[in-house]
Each structure stands twice: as C-alpha cells, then as structure tokens.
Design a protein around this ligand. Sequence first.
Ligand SMILES: Cc1cc2nc3c(=O)[nH]c(=O)nc-3n(C[C@H](O)[C@H](O)[C@H](O)COP(=O)(O)O)c2cc1C
Length: 181
Amino acid sequence: MTARNVVVLSSSPRKDGNSDMLCHEFAAAAREAGAAVDEVALRDLKIAPCRACYGCWNSQRCVLGDDVAPLLEKIAAADVLCVATPVYFGLPCGQLKVMIDRLLPLWQGLGGKDVYLILTGHDGRAGLAHAADDLRLVFENLGDAVCGIVWGEHVWQKGEVVGTAAVADARQLGTRAAHGA
Ligand SMILES: Cc1cc2nc3c(=O)[nH]c(=O)nc-3n(C[C@H](O)[C@H](O)[C@H](O)COP(=O)(O)O)c2cc1C
C-alpha cells in the first residue's frame, strides 16, 4: 500500500507556539504510522492577498509570483490536509485567511481530501468553535471531509499546550490520518 501523503499547514505567525507544537505532534504520529508528511509554516512563505483579478479563472495560474504556486501543488497532491490556526478575535488568523483566498486557481481540484483542524486559544472550546465552523465551511465547500479537530483550548503563552489533552489528541488524529479516517 502506498503511504498517504499528508500536508500539515501551521498558520501561526509565532514560531514554536502552541499551534506549531500540536502540528509537530500530529506530523510525528502520522510519520510513525507510515505516512509521507510535509510540514509547512505559512510565516516562512511569501503569500500576498488575492487581488481578485480573476487572471486564474481560465489558466488555473495566479498572476502573483510569490510562494503560493508550489504550495498549491503540494496541497492538491495531498491525501490529507492538517490545518492549524490560533484563534484571533474568535476567528481563524488572518495569515490563514489570506492563504485560503489564494486557493482560487485550483479550487475545483481540491476536493476529496481528509482534513484535520487544529485550533489554539486561551478560550475554552465554545470560544474556539466559531473558528472551527468557519474552516469546516471552507473545506466542505471544496469537497473535503473534516475528519477530526484538535482543541488546543485554554492556552496562551508559548508552551502552555505541553501536558494538555490536546497533545494526545493531535497524536491520535495524526495516526488516524496515516491510516485513513
Ligand atoms: C491578535 C490576537 C487575538 C487573539 N484573540 C483570541 C481569541 O479571540 N480567543 C482566544 O481564545 N485566544 C485569542 N488569542 C490568543 C491566541 O489564540 C493563543 O495565544 C494561541 O495559543 C496562539 O497560538 P500560537 O501559540 O500558535 O501562536 C489571541 C491572540 C492574539 C495575538
């Protein structure tokens, strides 16, 4: 059986924060279970906002020459996409939203994936749920299935997620991602 191709996207602007840590746990568990895993931090890439020029409409190519085209190819080729965001003002962070808008050139070809979400914030689950619903809407509209959510709740400073139930949840879902939901 060929290894499942897993792409893990961390969107926090804060390196080594709670979202990154949960991404690493998810990725490590998926690797240990036999998946081919690619971890990407959006903050390391140049990603400009969509200009709504519709240049991609027929060409499936964006006119902006930044780092998004190779990332889109990676995402399109993935069987599994794990998307992590810190919750900012109750919503997914802006860096992730900018990336989502840039899915436009390939939006018709991004369905059929298993998607896992990782949310972190100082609020409890009820406070993070709106952001999770927003991301579910995006990926279900693309034709993907949201197969699991890691709730990195009640964390604020870097490292606070260590020792919480979210770490075990990330590992469990990473393993599941490698085997298929
Ligand atoms: C601009 C900003 C807005 C925030 N808004 C919220 C919020 O509405 N709800 C919440 O639970 N946490 C909020 N937080 C806290 C972060 O979500 C929390 O620190 C999270 O762990 C950050 O993820 P990171 O460690 O991966 O950077 C906010 C943080 C920032 C910087």
